[in-house]
Design a protein around this ligand. Structure first.
Ligand code: UDP
Ligand code: UDP
Length: 476
């Protein structure tokens, strides 16, 4: 019989894998996927990306478009969600968590997409928020399924262990309590994502279900590196957290790759031009991620603190969880006269910036951050000291790694969302000045940046993990 059509990969000997990515929603979830996809695209792998349009935020739509533009060979697989009746969740108003739920409830429709793709799908990589729905579907089709975990390994250990922890509690009604993750660390209840304290929350149900199912995944890729979280990684791999945990590949810090060197998005140019004019390490960069709002009163205190610190600063300010809803005027938020008073030494923007690139700019001296995990890894990679002010979710757990990993310092007593007391401008200003001038903190952060660079450089731990993973893809 005549030979069947062969792809170039097959002609050259090794089977060319076809990986189908099933990401979820929120830039904190999508960016690490896009970065990993870009890394894999350089490894002779066929790639499809399940894409749900419209996205929740404008930033997500924009970044999906840029991915497909930069990597024309990456296939877009359109996926239409079943509608979700939001009135079913009167206590859950986070649009991203609701999108995760819509994806989860539509997940059975993914089976035909996976089974029907050509060339045959040889592996699925999905987001943690979809784990409990996607892993069983891939299993049924005998397609290996990996989870790309977008937070730290410590958070992964909490996710894996939470079910065991809850089962151990004699009286489930008595709250979650402190969590002692075997082999990893003690997590006080106050560090847990706020919603986890309420077992009726949608986030909590998803978290528990995903934690239970992740053990059945074929592996977890984590955006961290050996030297940053040696204890958590070792405990997960040794089965100390939960027995039989799947292989863990530490492949971070993930970074952006573009297909062409001069592919510079418009939005980067304006803060970069301003940064270019500032002295080395003189600028405080302030940002709280893509979906965290800080109360108006607290924003005013931050403004007062920056003004009092007399530092130069670049502040990326968001006033709503979803960018499309952000109509606030900066002068209304910051008060009359603020922008005039700081003119020349302070820049405030509501635009999307290329944070990863900004952190690498030589003028940036520190990062006041909510310690979302992507922000932490970007600061670590840039060697910029991070002043962690957690706002919610996994931020406090991440902040423990900021401290243990030498990324920066954590203001443990600074309040987060839902806690009443404001942090005063005076205190913020003093702390900013202190971190900016702290030689020891800067030296540690610089060292962490060097270690991060070694991890992803040829022969480094994350480099080898990725090679190992690609080898496994090609073997199946
Ligand atoms: N980000 C960015 N520009 C912005 C806002 C956010 O590049 O204007 C990026 C940021 O660099 C990070 C991600 O969006 O990679 C946000 O993820 P993170 O885990 O830090 O926080 P989250 O938004 O998920 O709370
Ligand atoms: N997460 C998880 N399992 C889930 C849902 C979330 O492990 O089912 C983790 C994920 O790492 C996420 C973190 O919990 O980053 C906190 O979620 P949050 O609601 O703060 O949103 P995010 O930080 O993703 O923007």
């Amino acid at each position: 019989a005549p030979p069947a059509m062969q792809s170039p990969g097959e002609l050259s000997g090794g089977a060319r894998p076809h990986v189908m990515f099933i990401p979820s929603a929120g830039m904190g979830h999508l960016l690490p996927f896009f970065r990993f996809i870009a890394a894999l695209a350089n490894h002779d792998v066929d790639i499809s990306v399940v894409t749900v349009l419209p996205t929740v935020s404008a930033a997500e739509a924009d970044h999906f478009a840029r991915l497909f533009e930069a990597f024309p060979r990456v296939r877009r697989v359109d996926f239409h969600l079943l509608s979700l009746d939001a009135s079913e969740f009167p206590d859950d108003d986070d649009p991203f968590c609701l999108r995760w739920e819509a994806l989860r409830r539509s997940a059975h429709l993914l089976g035909p997409l996976i089974a029907g793709a050509t060339p045959r799908v040889s592996a699925v990589i999905t987001d943690v928020t979809l784990t409990s729905h996607v892993v069983p579907i891939a299993k049924e089709l005998h397609v290996p399924c990996h989870v790309l975990f977008i937070s730290c390994a410590t958070m992964l250990s909490l996710l894996a262990y939470i079910r065991v922890h809850l089962d151990k509690k004699a009286e489930p009604g008595r709250g979650v309590g402190d969590v002692d993750i075997p082999g990893v660390r003690h997590i006080p209840q106050s560090y847990l994502p706020q919603s986890l304290l309420d077992l009726s929350k949608l986030f909590t149900k998803q978290f528990i279900d995903n934690g239970r199912e992740i053990i059945n995944a074929d592996g977890c890729l984590v955006n961290t590196f050996e030297a940053l979280e040696p204890v958590a990684l070792a405990a997960l791999r040794a089965g100390k957290v939960v027995p039989g945990f799947p292989p863990v590949y530490a492949i971070g810090p993930l970074k952006s790759h573009t297909s062409t060197a001069n592919d510079k998005p418009e939005t980067t140019s304006f803060p970069v031009a301003w940064l270019d004019e500032q002295p080395a390490r003189s600028v405080v960069y302030i940002a709280f991620g893509n979906r965290n709002t800080v109360s108006r009163d607290q924003l005013r205190e931050i403004a007062a603190g920056l003004e009092a610190s007399s530092s130069r600063f670049l502040w990326v300010l968001k006033t709503t969880n979803v960018d499309r809803d952000d109509n606030a005027e900066l002068t209304d938020v910051l008060g009359d006269g603020f922008l005039e008073r700081v003119q020349g030494r302070g820049l405030v923007t509501k635009a999307w910036v290329d944070q990863e690139a900004l952190l690498k700019h030589p003028s940036v001296g520190m990062f006041l951050s909510h310690s979302g995990w992507n922000s932490v890894t970007e600061a670590a990679a840039a060697g910029v000291p991070l002043l962690a002010w957690p706002r919610g979710g996994d931020h406090r757990v991440n902040a423990t790694v900021v401290v243990s990993g030498g990324v920066g310092v954590w203001m443990e007593l600074w309040r987060w969302d839902g806690e009443e007391k404001l942090v005063s401008g005076e205190e913020i200003g003093e702390k900013v000045k202190e971190v900016m001038s702290n030689v020891a903190v800067r030296a540690r952060a610089t060292r962490t940046g060097e270690v991060a660079a070694m991890a992803v450089a040829e022969g480094g731990t994350s480099y080898r993990s990725l090679q190992e993973f690609v080898g496994k893809l090609k073997a199946t």
